[in-house]
Design a protein around this ligand. Structure first.
Ligand SMILES: Cc1cc2nc3c(=O)[nH]c(=O)nc-3n(C[C@H](O)[C@H](O)[C@H](O)COP(=O)(O)O)c2cc1C
Length: 181
C-alpha cells in the first residue's frame, strides 16, 4: 500500500480515459469516501449524482465550452452538489467531499479530474449549473459545484515535482512581505 505522501505526489488530473468501466466495488469505495468527508456542523448536506450512461455523459460535456474535455471519454462522472439552505459553507463541504473522492480513486489506481461548474457558463451563456440540473432533472435549488470524472487513465502524467513546490506561499512565524513580491 502506498503511503499518503506517495499518493498525493503521484495524483495528477487525468483528462483522457480508456473505455474500461469502473468496477462497482470501486464506485462504492469512492462514494464511501465522499460520505465520510467532514462537513460544517456535520450537516452532510451534499448530494452525489453518479452518471455512467454514455449518452448522458456526452451531453454533460456541453456544460461549458472549455475545461470539460474529460467528460468526453470518462466512463463515470459524479456530480457534486450541496444544499446552501442546510449548510452556509456548502462550497467547502462539497469541495472536501470531491477531494476525498479524487484521493480514494487515486488510491484505487484510477484517474480523476475536477470539472468546475459553479460560476461557469455554457457556450450560449446559460449558467453551467442550470444546464446540469436541468439535464439531470435535479432540483433547481441545488447549485452544482463540480463534476468529478473518473476512469482508467489513457494518459500518463508525471508525479508532482517536489523541487518546484511554491514554498514562497508559506510564511513561517508571521507574514513576510518580501515573499509576496
Ligand atoms: C477548484 C478546481 C477547479 C478545476 N476546474 C477544472 C476544470 O474545469 N477542468 C479541468 O480540466 N480541470 C480542472 N481542475 C483541475 C486543475 O486544472 C488541476 O488540478 C491543476 O492544473 C493541477 O494539476 P494536477 O491536478 O494534475 O496536479 C480544477 C481543479 C480545481 C481544484
Amino acid at each position: 500500500m502506498k503511503s499518503f505522501h506517495d499518493l498525493i505526489t503521484e495524483r495528477r488530473s487525468i483528462r483522457r480515459y480508456t473505455s474500461e468501466p469502473v468496477d462497482s466495488d470501486d464506485v462504492r469505495l469512492i462514494l464511501e469516501a465522499a460520505l465520510m468527508a467532514p462537513t460544517s456542523k456535520s450537516t452532510r448536506s451534499w448530494k452525489f449524482v453518479c452518471i455512467d450512461s454514455p449518452d448522458i455523459l456526452a451531453r454533460l460535456a456541453d456544460c461549458k465550452p472549455a475545461g470539460a474535455v474529460s467528460l468526453q471519454s470518462c466512463p463515470l462522472a459524479i456530480v457534486v452538489t450541496a444544499d446552501p439552505m442546510q449548510s452556509d459553507p456548502w462550497i467547502e463541504d462539497a469541495s472536501i467531499a470531491a477531494t476525498y473522492m479524487q484521493l480514494q480513486a487515486a488510491d484505487l489506481g484510477l484517474g480523476t479530474c475536477w470539472v468546475q461548474i459553479h460560476g461557469r457558463q455554457t457556450a450560449d451563456g446559460t449558467p453551467s449549473d442550470e444546464f446540469v440540473t436541468s439535464l439531470l432533472g435535479m432540483p433547481e435549488t441545488l447549485p452544482v459545484l463540480c463534476i468529478i470524472t473518473i476512469g482508467h487513465p489513457a494518459e500518463q502524467r508525471k508525479p508532482q515535482n517536489l523541487e518546484k513546490l511554491t514554498w514562497e506561499s508559506v510564511h513561517i512565524g508571521g507574514w513576510h512581505p518580501e515573499q509576496a513580491e
